[in-house]
Design a protein around this ligand. Structure first.
Ligand SMILES: Nc1ncnc2c1ncn2[C@@H]1O[C@H](COP(=O)(O)OP(=O)(O)O)[C@@H](O)[C@H]1O
Ligand SMILES: [Mg+2]
Length: 222
């Protein structure tokens, strides 16, 4: 599903990731831990294809994402959803409109879009908020809407970067539970978090990064 071979990434001459080799299989739940600056966000961005490695290769579903043809990039992005810490919803649009955005970009008919948006909102318990403006949602609701937006294209892989970083402990439990349920339905989940509670709750494979090095990988097969 996802394979990294000796991946190294620099930012302006500074090493962010060093010689990372790793394999993630379909349906896995992977928790990326480690202190701030360890390289968690960089690793997720590389897999998403938002950044490129300086060395090494990344295969997602057996495709080398550094060598994707321009025409294949939208398909690659659609196989993945990405949830961030700081929600980034369009504040003056409704929940429905925010969640529908990836489908509009994809050019889906409004009939098909509607069905998918409702399905995604139902999965995160936000069906009743579809006409609410994003700007008036609580933090927990905003993150639910973001998760709905990330899963609306039925991604094979759901990436999440500290998705509970701005939430209180109770909301953190609820959002972690949502990721667990999405993973249980077959979606591969890869989440960066330094919340120990979330790591325990999701009970997945833990990858620990420190200063760009992969320190431990329970169950590594690469
Ligand atoms: N766009 C960037 N420009 C320069 N340095 C960056 C950039 N993004 C990340 N870094 C550096 O790369 C290292 C890893 O950062 P990051 O992947 O954000 O770690 P984490 O998500 O674990 O906190 C850090 O030293 C950080 O300062
Ligand atoms: Mg980060």
């Amino acid at each position: 599903m996802i394979q990294l071979f000796h991946v190294t990434k620099y930012y302006e001459g500074c090493l962010a990731l060093s010689d990372i080799s790793l394999r993630i299989d379909k349906g896995e739940c992977v928790l990326l831990t480690g202190p701030s600056g360890a390289g968690k966000t960089s690793l997720l961005k590389l897999i998403f294809g938002a950044e490129h490695p300086d060395d090494g290769q990344i295969l997602v579903q057996n495709r080398n994402i550094a060598r994707l043809r321009r025409a294949d990039v939208p398909y690659h992005r659609r196989t993945m959803g990405f949830v961030l810490q700081d929600f980034k919803l369009l504040p003056h649009r409704t929940v429905f409109e925010n969640v529908a955005l990836p489908l509009i970009i994809r050019g889906l008919s409004s009939f098909e879009s509607r069905r998918k948006v409702i399905e995604a909102l139902r999965a995160v318990g936000m069906e009743h908020k579809q006409t609410t403006l994003a700007s008036v949602l609580s933090a927990g609701e905003q993150q639910r809407a973001c998760i709905a937006r990330a899963i609306v294209n039925s991604p094979i892989i759901l990436l999440a970067d500290e998705p509970t970083g701005n939430l209180d402990p109770q909301l953190t439990i609820e959002i972690a539970e949502l990721f667990k349920a999405i993973n249980a339905r077959g979606t591969t989940v890869m989440m960066a978090t330094h919340n120990r509670q979330v790591v325990e709750q999701l009970n997945g494979r833990v990858l620990r990064l420190d200063c760009g090095h992969l320190l431990s990988d329970q169950g590594a097969s690469a």
